[in-house]
Design a binder for this molecule. Sequence first.
Ligand SMILES: Cc1cc2nc3c(=O)[nH]c(=O)nc-3n(C[C@H](O)[C@H](O)[C@H](O)COP(=O)(O)OP(=O)(O)OC[C@H]3O[C@@H](n4cnc5c(N)ncnc54)[C@H](O)[C@@H]3O)c2cc1C
Length: 462
Amino acid sequence: MARPVVSETASAAGRLRAQLGGLVFLPGDAGYDRACVPWNLAVEQRPAAVAVPSSAADVVRVVRAASDAGLKVVPQSTGHSAAPLVGRMDAAVLVRMSGFGGVWIDPERRVARVVGATAWHQVAEAASVHGLAALHGSGPDIAVAGYTLGGGLSWYARMFGLACNHLVAAEVVLADGSLHRVHASHEPELFWALRGGGGNFGVVTALEFDLIPLEEVYAGVLLWDDAAMTGEVCRAWAAWTRGLPEEATTSLRLLGRPRSSQAQTIFPGRQVVVIDGAVLGDREKAAALLTPLRELNPTVDTFTPTPAADLTRLHFDPELPSPGVSSHVLLDDFDAAAVDVFVAMAGAESETSLLSAEIRHLGGALGRPAPGGGALDQVHGRYSASFLASGATEKLRTQGQADTTRAAGALLPWSSGHRFLNFTDQEVDPAAAFGAATLARLRAVRDRLDPTRLFIANHDLG
Ligand SMILES: Cc1cc2nc3c(=O)[nH]c(=O)nc-3n(C[C@H](O)[C@H](O)[C@H](O)COP(=O)(O)OP(=O)(O)OC[C@H]3O[C@@H](n4cnc5c(N)ncnc54)[C@H](O)[C@@H]3O)c2cc1C
């Protein structure tokens, strides 16, 4: 039964080649393998064809040709979140947006415009020239596109909410091959859907979003190079986050493994406890806020007034493609009992392959509907827990999947029951991400604009 499907796909790919020539790579072409490699090297992508457009006009051509040839379209910028796509692109054209990029800053309006697969560090650097900052995430090479379409949780999130709700316009190629500029007063329903609804509606070629006036922020890292401190630091951070002003957005992590020599960990041979993040506002007040944590005598303390653009590298996230498997759960609470479970699952004494166990503090503006916001106008959960392991080999991948799943599963008693899709590497029920009413509205937008379901997003709307 499998044979005819393969040959049908191959002939569809042949029709695509006839229309697009060298704009597309087919299996066997020099360049195909390289063009398919996602940022997450644990994921293998073998689409029917891969295109690397260098302009919005190229994207239009690719979408029209794919539709004519009877192939699906998978938009992708970097492949940081390629894992949920495994096994779903056999009859699709993977559209890698990494063939073009660029940032333009309008300092008067405090708006940035990016095209293609522009990375966040490029935006942060360009904005900083004008004393402005962007709502970027923890990794410098994450693309603005996938991050923003999925919500976007930044170091300023408790103060300013999700990055998607700071979008002012988007340009997108729809299933009929038309290119649209959408904003609050033109195609408002699609503009609403793009703000959190992911890559389900078309290929986004440009985004414009608000920047914040911020040159410097009190930010840094507190690190304890002493596994004996793990429990105490975790308990202290959890207590500290209660009633914390919205100006502070921080995370708590256990990084590295005591007996691991894996190259992927930046702390081989030991585990460290790290609290990092940013505190907006007056620097004396910010410093005072950190006192209870500093009283625990961290081995390293880099919290200080910091140029805003430097925050893209605050979290030591890998800047080169890496193989990872992860699991995630949103929590209603991170109380003393949850801390104990977290440490039991991921602490230095635990027999686990986890390289990183992370709790991010949510709440604040994230916990309220953003005024005039998009499909994802808040995050339901006061904390986010994420567990990461290496996916460098099949054996590590299997072990990592088991360990990350077990660790997230152990925190389920504290789960909010919701999902934040940017941190979700598995296919999940979209209702858990959006709620039933928002999901129905998103599906209505998708069904109107893409009735044949041309586009395949990493997180499908079902
Ligand atoms: C190391 C690391 C750190 C992270 N830190 C954060 C963080 O601090 N905050 C946070 O919110 N998230 C974070 N993430 C999650 C990250 O935001 C998601 O992985 C996001 O999807 C990455 O976007 P991307 O475009 O780079 O990835 P991709 O995998 O390329 O894109 C993910 C999905 O977005 C859609 N998409 C991407 N580009 C387009 C486009 N041009 N048109 C239409 N659809 C498109 C597609 O559906 C695609 O499958 C992190 C991930 C990693 C691996």
